[in-house]
Design a protein around this ligand. Structure first.
Ligand code: ADP
Ligand code: MG
Length: 701
């Protein structure tokens, strides 16, 4: 059946190939369907025509009716503009254009009445309207459909230059609905689903969001479209998980063997927290389920995820498999390697480290050991994903990540075995629930919501750099008590000279303020060997103070450190501040985090400092962070084919709709797992289309 929605945009009246190309390039609008799913961001009420003597400066967009005179070009270079006078018998306003001057000079007429839409502003004691929209009034008739509410669409500069303005898009939409006549846009959701979630039909939602009869029609339409977006996003993610679970058998680790038992009884120096025990139980259930484990382990900094990782790996080895653990940075991989080797030293396992800097003979030996199965555990960075890394029998992969790691990248680990290994993703930064449901939406979730006993909450203060004597006092006191101190400088770009200078100067100041203390310096530009040496010295308490960049941000574990001072803290985001703070408070002693900034702070920045001072709860911080920053793009996942750009829904503001939509998607997959039910066919077709927009649907008819 021929469907207007599949029609290419260029065939709509007034478009043509040139403008179609621009619309495609600028807004990704290629077909009539794309056009209908390009929503207005606000509406203008055009039901009133004002007279010029009624204008007030606080008015939003207004309509005027009048004639143009005195058209003249003014200024040169960047202030070059076209000006004209616009009068309606009650007064006159000045019209100003900075763009499209030559076109306007040719087309503006003095002998006709215009209907003008624009925002009045006072300039030199009279009203100015910049870049007004003008439409000729023919005879005494107002342009058809002119009065009432009108949608406003975002357009780009390039579009405006070709006269592809909001008004133009509106006209196209009106034309599409005219062509549709009595035909209705087919729904993407079954009546059943629509009714149970109180959604208006897609056709009505489209008409009402573009061309509402009144403002009361808009919210229901917006709700339907937001639901639609989030529903298909969740359906995409959950159906991916469903397929994966159907396709792969999971290795069954039903033996709790010698290694696991000995570790638990002889090595583990402490009792697991209840939260750790609960998570271990989740994991053990996965490992005997016959399905591949795909689990996200969330736990605040210092909550003890590493032990859980080690025990999971031991279960794999007990059952005859190898295990790997992947960290986001070399330093962290090295640290994991050191601590895991230490913890497992009595068990006679071969634990190796593979990063980009491991080269030559050493690398060959490790690769060989992996291939033969002699290496039981490999710790590494992204280097583990490379093709030469081949396992004899990888049973379990752990991803300890700071940066988000998309479905696509995760799946590269699966291919390390004919049957994919069990996967445990550990996040150091708590992720707000809404984002977790999306970025990690295909994973089962376990949460460690409890810190090991005896931890004192870190005290956080915000001080101004003018009072850095307060910091100096704290440092002397803590160092005299035998503790160590981190001082962190923002080195956002390691290449930035000014950042580097701050660090160097800070280091010099610290050295001269504390001539008796041992001060070390660490930054990303140093050779790995030197970095390592400094870190080892700090760990071995051969340094009192470590002046550093954020290279120490993730995971580094020095329980004796009790002060984290963050200089120019305003330059860090909340998530990063929280990570940095997590480097202290890892022992039983009281620890401190000092945020140092100048007096002058933007509101947003002051808010960040306040949040840091008021809570140490990573989940609260993550939620606040998302609110302050907005979800942005979902890093690392865009190419996976599971995600679509959200046009109207917002992961922060619309989290309730997201929850509902996820439930609806899960229900659908449960009631129609084989996708056979006739009423759901439009839904599955739409999903396929969203996942693969490159397919030219107009050729299928
Ligand atoms: P995370 O990786 O979650 O930030 P770690 O696994 O590095 O946390 O653990 C932080 C510190 O707490 C480590 O020194 C670890 O040995 C210790 N730890 C972990 N679990 C417990 C526990 N149940 N009781 C006491 N200390 C623990
Ligand atoms: Mg950790």
């Amino acid at each position: 059946m021929y469907n207007i929605l599949d029609q290419q945009l260029q065939y709509l009246p007034g478009v043509g190939p040139g403008r179609a190309l621009t619309m495609a390039a600028e807004l990704d609008i290629c077909t009539v369907r794309d056009l209908l799913f390009y929503f207005p961001y606000r509406y203008i009420d055009r039901s009133t025509i004002y007279t010029i003597n009624q204008l007030r400066e606080d008015m939003p967009y207004v309509q005027l009716r009048g004639r143009i005179s005195d058209i003249a070009e003014e200024g040169v270079g960047r202030s070059r503009r076209l000006e004209a006078s616009f009068s309606d018998g009650t007064g006159s306003v000045r019209l100003v254009w900075f763009q499209g001057i030559s076109y306007l000079k040719k087309s503006l007429r003095k002998d006709v009445d215009y209907l003008l839409l624009g925002k009045p502003a006072i300039f030199n004691l009279s009203y100015n309207i910049t870049h007004p929209e003008l439409e000729i009034i023919k005879g005494d008739e107002l342009p058809a459909g002119q009065l009432g509410l009108h949608p406003v669409y975002h357009t780009t500069e390039k579009m405006k230059r070709q006269n592809l303005n909001s008004r133009f898009i509106e006209k196209l939409v009106v034309e599409v609905f005219r062509q549709l006549g009595n035909q209705r846009v087919a729904d993407t959701l079954s009546d059943e689903l629509r009714l149970s979630y109180q959604l208006i039909p897609l056709h009505d939602a489209l008409r009402r969001i573009h061309l509402p009869a009144n403002m009361q029609e808009v919210p229901m339409a917006q709700y339907r479209h937001k639901f639609e977006e989030l529903f298909f996003l969740q359906l995409s993610i959950l159906s991916f998980a469903q397929k994966r679970n159907g396709k792969y058998r999971g290795f069954i680790f039903n033996k709790v063997g010698d290694l696991f038992r000995r570790f638990y009884a002889e090595v583990l120096p402490f009792q697991l927290t209840d939260a750790q025990k609960r998570v271990m139980q989740d994991i053990r259930n996965d490992l005997v389920s016959g399905r591949q484990m795909n689990r996200l382990l969330q736990g605040d900094v210092g909550s003890g995820k590493t032990v859980v990782a080690i025990m999971t790996m031991l279960l794999a080895i007990d059952n005859g498999y190898q295990a790997c653990i992947m960290a986001p940075t070399e330093i962290l991989a090295e640290q994991h390697h050191a601590s895991i080797s230490r913890m497992l030293s009595q068990l006679g396992l071969r634990v190796e480290l593979l990063t980009g800097v491991v080269k030559g003979k050493r690398r060959e030996a490790i690769l060989e050991g992996l291939n033969s199965g002699e290496v039981n555990i490999i710790v590494g960075t992204h280097a583990l994903l490379e093709d030469p890394v081949q396992f004899r029998n990888l049973g379990c992969a752990i991803i300890d990540e700071q940066h988000r790691f998309g479905v696509e990248q995760r799946s590269r680990l699966w291919r390390k075995n004919t049957n994919p290994p069990h996967i445990l993703v550990m996040t150091a930064t708590p992720i707000p629930r809404t984002l977790a449901m999306t970025v990690y939406g295909d994973l089962d979730v376990s949460i460690i919501d409890q810190l090991p006993p005896g931890r004192k909450p870190i005290k956080t203060v915000h001080i101004y750099e003018q009072r850095s004597d307060q910091l100096a006092q704290l440092i002397s006191r803590e160092v005299s008590a035998g503790h160590q101190v981190y001082i962190v400088y923002p080195l956002i770009k390691e290449s930035e000279k000014s950042d580097m200078r701050d660090l160097e100067q800070g280091f010099d100041t610290i050295c001269s303020t504390f001539p008796d203390l041992r001060v070390g310096k660490l930054h990303g530009k140093m050779r790995d060997q030197d970095k390592n040496e400094i870190m080892q010295h700090f760990l071995a308490r051969k340094l009192d103070i470590l002046v550093s960049t954020t290279v120490i941000e993730v995971g580094v574990d020095v329980p004796n450190a009790s002060v984290m001072a963050i200089i120019n803290a305003d330059r860090f985001g909340l998530a990063q501040l929280h990570q940095l703070r997590g480097r202290v408070g890892r022992g039983a002693e009281q620890s401190y985090c000092v945020l140092v900034t100048g007096y002058k702070l933007a509101d947003n920045t002051r808010k960040r400092m306040e949040i840091m001072v008021s809570t140490t709860d990573g989940f609260v911080i993550a939620e606040e962070d998302l609110k302050l920053r907005g979800p942005g793009d979902i890093e690392g996942t865009q190419q996976s084919g599971l995600f679509f750009n959200l046009k109207i829904a917002n992961l922060v503001r619309d989290n309730e709709i997201l929850e509902t939509a996820r439930k609806a998607a899960a229900d659908l997959l449960e009631t129609d797992p084989d996708r056979h039910l006739p009423q759901n066919q439009p839904t599955w077709q739409r999903l396929a289309q969203l996942r693969n927009p490159a397919v030219d649907w107009s050729s299928i008819s």
